[in-house]
Design a protein. Sequence first.
Length: 614
Amino acid sequence: MVFDNCEHLIEACAELAETLERGCPRIRILATSREALGVTGEIAWIVPSLTMPELDELIPFETLMEYDAIRLFVERAKAARNAPAFALTEENSPSVIRICRRLDGIPLAVELAAARLKALTLEQVTTRLDDRFSLLTTGSRTALARHQTLRATMDWSYDLLAKNEQAMLRQLSAFAGGWTLEGAETICRPLPGSFLPDSGKATIEGSDVLDMLSNLLEKSLIVVEQQDAIARYRMLETIREYAREKLKENAEDSAVRDRHLEIFVQLAEQIEPMLHGDQVIWFDRLEMELDNIRDAIEWAMGSGSDGNSQQFESRVEAGLRLAGALGWFFEKRNRTEPLDRLMQLLAQPKAAEQTKWRAKALNAAGFLNLTVGNYPEAKRVLEEALVIGRKLKDKWSISWALDFLGAVADFQGNYDTAEAYLKEGLALSREMGTEGNFAAGWSLTFLGDLFLYRENLEQAQSLYEESVVLLRDLKNQSMLAYSARRLGHLALRKGEAERATALFKESLLLNREVDHRQGVASCLAAFAKVAAVSGNMIRAAQLSGASDALLTEVATPLYQPDRIEHDLNMEIVRSELDDAAVAAAWTEGHAMSLEQAVALALGPSGATDRTKRR
């Protein structure tokens, strides 16, 4: 016996199923419903979305029709009345994939999108999916009303929810990329110490969040996944967009987005001190929340249209706190996007007040500008951070502004200025005791660079080694990787190739551990120098090409000290090999995968070059 569409009569269907089972022991019932009946002996099977290619997955064109969503779209597009003959081609397949992914592989949504090809091109359908509920409205006249448009389907599911479940679905739509149970509990109720004006409004009281979350899960409105032994929940994007509309209709958007912003300000400030030590676990935690962090910063930056100047000012300050706390996290990724957002946030008139939050955000912006090679802009924002830090007598802001300004001056070749900044920063960080060890490690490393440039190798080694000891004790992977690599270059300068290789390997493994692509590229360039010193110029050119490919991928240059070593090394390679041989080896390295390049760097030295020398 088949029970179809039980959700609106769930209790009656459950009672009937149980009665039939008692009276007819051999009966088998197949029930379709948004949620399980909840009767004895029931086996629930969640019907998944249609299969479709993963995001950014490279799929051979000839295999695309093996995916359910692609096949359904193509079949319905061909059947669309008055539509030109439709065929999936290599040229139009990226648009078809984007449509299916944006619609989460929901069969009705895919069918309705394909039907729109009667009047629109694929590209027009793709661009209009931001307003999918207006676009996807032309279903079969003979279907049930709730199956004729995407909005009607969502309205049907939403209206069957209890009031508190509706409220929770609306409020969970504030999350982008998922949330934890703790996040769900917090988004429904104000945080202790709530600091944004609207965050105490639109709360859900008197209900157990876990029970409501479980109900939404059973009704297929959210999904659960396990990530690193933590249950994370998310909505399909179509459901989230619908719930966001309902959030605005109920005038809850401002309050809930404020609470969402507060959640991630507090998370960032709790994690920030941990980023000075063992970074792996905390980088992974922040990576899971990256979409939420982006949305929170966007809200802080773009919520001024509500006309309330005081509220907007508070949100901008919260945005400065959030972005300023995450400089080290943003630095290990592609920095362009977070840096652009941070600079836009700092440019807001409401962000101009000289507070410690502005100073911290300016330091983060200066650091990120430094890492992408924009030294004039780095210098400008860091000088402002230093002024504010001195005015407020904020040792942290002063210390980091001095350290970063020292690195900027170093990278620009102003070594005396760099030394003055770094020595003042080192003295201040030492005044802070163990809490200042991370900043001290930075100062010592870059002071070591200055003495290395001046050929004072013993002093440089002493400074590098002191930095490495501090950073190893902190277990700070990314900064330790830089210091170890600089110590390796010093060892190579002294003719200690074996020690240099061991230090470069440590730096490479540390950077791989935290997925620091710029650091990995710098290590590949360092191994290229080992290869050149060993007489293997082809290998040196290959590793340099692989390093350049990785830097291009993350849109980031080498740090200037690494660039100096790289350029000197390539001069040696070009003096030994003809141009054609250098170009061929460089191109070969540039085409390597990251795994291939790392294997080449860590592998045996290999035979000497057979290519014709100059």
